[in-house]
Design a protein around this ligand. Structure first.
Ligand SMILES: [Fe+2]
Ligand SMILES: [Fe+2]
Length: 183
């Protein structure tokens, strides 16, 4: 396996930002790029899930997947891309997304009728996103109030996404999730 290639299009020098104090901007930008990549891949996972699910409750579930996919792309990814622009950084090349991402994608079930399986995969994706944001939040806390606020807002949404997904699980699905949590 070759080394993952590094994202190459960072500016030579980031613009000075008055609101950022006492943190490594290079590290901050890389964290934001990674969170951005997570969002695009989460959007894609939910988009695919919305189309893939089959069964008598699938229309309702499909709408939820598409609605949450839309949040990931048009709300979260956009907020992160806008913040990156403050540092003169453009969204990464599509081919860089996979290695920039921390959460990537959780495994989807092969059986399209396994709706609980698709929902559980989404819950795991939301949890990974939340853990990643907590890391970024801790890094910028008190040092970059703008990123801090953006991350805090997104975290609230992700917690809500997780709640929505959980509420869609069947009784058996909840049991499966609980089994996974024990591991
Ligand atoms: Fe998100
Ligand atoms: Fe989410």
């Amino acid at each position: 396996m070759s080394e993952p290639k590094k994202y190459k299009h960072l500016p030579e020098k980031f613009p000075t930002r008055e609101e950022v104090k006492g943190i490594d901007v290079d590290k901050l930008v890389n964290m934001l790029l990674s969170a951005f990549a997570d969002k695009i891949l989460a959007w894609y996972q939910y988009y695919v899930s919305g189309y893939a699910v089959k069964g008598h409750t699938s229309t309702e579930i499909e709408d939820v997947f598409k609605k949450i996919a839309d949040d990931e792309l048009n709300d979260h990814a956009k907020l992160l891309a806008d913040r990156l622009q403050n540092f003169d950084v453009d969204p990464p090349d599509f081919r860089d997304l996979w290695h920039l991402s921390k959460c990537r994608q959780t495994e989807l079930p092969e059986d399209p009728h396994d709706i609980d399986g698709f929902i559980i995969a989404s819950i795991l994706a939301e949890r990974c996103a939340l853990a990643h944001y907590r890391e970024i939040f801790n890094y910028v806390f008190g040092k970059d109030p703008i990123t801090e606020e953006i991350i805090e807002d997104i975290m609230k949404d992700e917690a809500e996404h997780e709640t929505i997904f959980r509420s869609l699980l069947s009784k058996e699905g909840l049991k499966r999730l609980e089994e996974l949590e024990k591991k």
